[in-house]
Design a protein. Structure first.
Length: 179
């Protein structure tokens, strides 16, 4: 495996980041269930296998992400032999003492080869440098591969927000302590 390098994004990276395939393939989803009894409301999620694999578009338009990237506190890119193959967007404003991962995208041809893990490790280091104590990753419930990825890296489910994304999809939140 070639060496993966991580660095802060520069303006010349923007067209390359936009051009990355932001979609993903999923065979399962986390389905939200709401149970209501008298004065008790219970909300849960269960894994539901889809009848077939589906290609899901990213919940944010890559072209509109440019505005988000300029507002982020950090945007790190991964490159292999000088070619940008992924990025991770970081914010410090969403919760106190927290590094928030809003976007993580890896080029389709190098997925499942450690690029995402190295980006998350770099984000954790970035968070420690910014004196945060935890890191949160937001994921669509249909992005089962990303949910499994987060769990593999030691992230735990910590909440959700209904109609979070512009497409009105739910966001699932997974957190991990940095200390």
């Amino acid at each position: 495996m070639p060496k993966i390098e991580i660095r802060s994004a520069v303006s010349s990276d923007i067209p390359v980041l936009i051009a990355l395939d932001h979609s993903y393939i999923s065979e399962s989803t986390w389905q939200m269930e709401i149970f209501q009894e008298e004065d008790v409301i219970k909300i849960g999620f269960r894994v539901s296998r889809l009848p077939r694999s589906v290609r899901v578009e990213y919940p944010r338009s890559p072209v509109l992400l440019v505005d988000d990237w300029t507002a982020h506190d950090g945007l790190l890119v991964a490159s292999i032999e000088g070619e940008v193959v992924g990025y991770i967007g970081l914010s410090l404003d969403n919760a106190p003492s927290t590094t928030w991962i809003t976007d993580i995208v890896v080029a389709r041809g190098v997925r499942r080869q450690g690029v995402g893990s190295i980006l998350v490790m770099a984000a954790q280091e970035w968070g420690l440098q910014h004196h945060t104590i935890r890191i949160i990753l937001e994921i669509q419930p249909k992005n089962y591969p990303a949910i499994q990825f987060a769990k593999k890296l030691g992230f735990n489910f910590c909440g959700y927000n209904d109609r979070y994304y512009a497409n009105h999809d739910i966001a699932l939140f997974f957190a991990r302590s940095l200390r």
